[in-house]
Design a protein around this ligand. Structure first.
Ligand SMILES: CC(C)(COP(=O)(O)OP(=O)(O)OC[C@H]1O[C@@H](n2cnc3c(N)ncnc32)[C@H](O)[C@@H]1OP(=O)(O)O)[C@@H](O)C(=O)NCCC(=O)NCCS
Length: 174
């Protein structure tokens, strides 16, 4: 597990307990969590720590980072093991940081990390059908829609919602 990953404007550091409260303050709103599937709403600080711990305990199964600005977490981005060579990508940023190209920059750094350091063959991402901003971030990073739409359970919505699935293959980026 690397200590940090640097992008042009952000420093990604492993999502540990240090920074967890700032992270929680950034992401706990409905406008953020309502677009995710793994995070419940409302989200308590205690549950945030529980979710982060769960990711650490996955050992080699999850690589979750806080993108930080001036040392302060503004959200999270992570790769989660599906198989040995296929990981799924997830990310979220606090509302006030949207629209500045940060997610595009972060996804580029994480896919590079996944293919180069973790030696993955494929990275997948699932996006709620209404989430045009996230879809755009993936397309700008070379992900392609598989054409598969499926009902995936959203903890925040407490029901299944329609998702579109995307993939980026190692062979596509060479
Ligand atoms: C999705 C999210 C990470 C995007 O972060 P961001 O830093 O604002 O993204 P970027 O600025 O890098 O890029 C967003 C792109 O989507 C476009 N966009 C944003 N909202 C849009 C909308 N409603 N319709 C169409 N395009 C939209 C932007 O114009 C931009 O594209 P451009 O650079 O070609 O103009 C952020 O909105 C977020 O955290 N949302 C809540 C959690 C979430 O949705 N996570 C992803 C789950 S799959």
């Amino acid at each position: 597990m690397p200590h940090t990953i640097r992008t042009e404007r952000l420093v990604l550091r492993p999502a540990g307990l240090r920074g967890a409260r700032a992270f929680w303050h950034e992401v706990r709103g409905w406008d953020v969590l309502g677009n995710t599937s793994a995070w419940p709403y409302p989200l308590s600080y205690a549950h945030t720590v529980f979710m982060l711990r769960k990711a650490w305990l996955e050992d080699e199964g999850a690589y979750v980072f806080y993108p930080t600005l001036a040392g302060r977490p503004i959200g999270s981005i992570g790769l989660h093991r599906q198989t040995e060579s296929v990981f799924s990508l997830g990310y979220m940023l606090g509302r006030e940081h949207w629209g500045r190209g940060y997610a595009t920059e972060l996804v580029r750094a994480m896919t590079r990390f996944g293919f180069r350091q973790l030696r993955l063959e494929q990275i997948t991402a699932d996006v709620a059908v209404w989430n045009s901003g996230s879809r755009r971030v993936l397309l700008k990073n070379g992900f392609r829609p598989t054409g598969r739409t499926f009902a995936g359970y959203s903890q925040a919505h407490r029901r299944e919602i329609a998702h579109d699935s995307f993939v980026l293959d190692l062979v596509d980026i060479h």
